[in-house]
Design a protein around this ligand. Structure first.
Ligand SMILES: [Zn+2]
Ligand SMILES: [Zn+2]
Ligand SMILES: [Zn+2]
Length: 273
């Protein structure tokens, strides 16, 4: 499997859309890996994860094959991960397609998508959309992938998810917007070796663990993942979903996390496992 990071920022982007702080000014001046769009990823150019407001930019800049996309996993319904307004343009008059796009996610996704279609006088049929509500810890087959939704410790007003994705003997975990895993997740993945583990690092220098994670949390997570039997010699460990509030530019994240075996994601980065 090949995981490509299309966007690696938290909700406001990095630099933040209206922010003049020192970190944002430096990021804007540096460009390159310091400029991050809202979080989105794709596996093998066919299984999309999240639908942020920067999706269109990713289509233009990263050759995201959006018109033919059939499967989209949604971690949760915060606007940096689900920007429903773009789905307006799947209807006749804006779009010619015969491909149905299925969104897979939690109960809030199903509820909000239903309401969006009512509010905009469309339907699943008119927009060639479908919604599949995932139950945590229950694997589903999506194309060639076995996907298991796991609960994330994030916004308590909905069942936020992270994803265990398996194909052809390879296994990866895609997490963002999560604190330290709940005990039920540690139990579920006990003894499972991963080829790639991607984790939230929103809060940078600061510890959190309850809603997001920062560098100190990721250092602890590594030890716990080893203890839990999830790390093999070649497991790719990757930090993503960064906020300027964390105070760290790309090279500073590398300096703090490389010694602990983490790569730092950037927009456009691909990892093959
Ligand atoms: Zn987010
Ligand atoms: Zn800022
Ligand atoms: Zn969120």
């Amino acid at each position: 499997m090949e995981l490509t990071y299309l966007g690696t920022a938290a909700a406001e982007g990095f630099p933040g859309i209206f922010c003049e702080c020192e970190v944002c000014r430096k990021a804007a001046a540096n460009g390159g890996k310091d400029v991050r769009t809202r979080s989105q990823a794709i596996i093998d150019n066919q299984l999309l994860i999240d639908l942020p407001p920067d999706t269109y930019w990713h289509m233009m800049q990263r050759q995201l094959p959006l018109p033919g996309m059939e499967h989209v996993l949604i971690t949760h319904t915060h606007s940096d991960h689900l920007y429903l307004e773009e789905l307006y343009y799947r209807r006749k008059g804006f779009c010619v397609t015969n491909k149905r796009m299925t969104l897979y996610g939690n109960d809030a996704l199903a509820r909000k998508l239903d309401q969006f279609l009512v509010d905009t006088r469309s339907s699943y049929e008119d927009s060639l959309l479908a919604c599949c509500e995932l139950k945590v810890f229950e694997p589903v087959q999506i194309g060639p992938y076995t996907v298991t939704a796991l609960p994330a410790l994030h916004d308590r007003s909905e069942n936020c998810l992270i994803f265990l994705i398996e194909k052809a003997g390879k296994r990866l975990l895609y997490g963002n917007d999560t604190g330290v895993f709940p005990d039920s997740v540690w139990q579920h993945i006990k003894g499972l070796p991963f080829d790639l583990i991607s984790l939230d690092c929103t809060t940078g220098t600061q510890r959190d663990g309850n809603n997001h994670m920062g560098v100190p949390d990721l250092i602890d997570m590594k030890a716990r993942l080893v203890d839990n039997g999830n790390i093999k010699e070649h497991t790719a460990l990757i930090a993503t979903h960064f906020s300027h509030n964390g105070g760290l530019l790309h090279h500073e994240l590398e300096e703090l996390l490389h010694p602990h075996g983490y790569a730092i994601a950037y927009d456009g980065m691909s990892v093959r496992v």
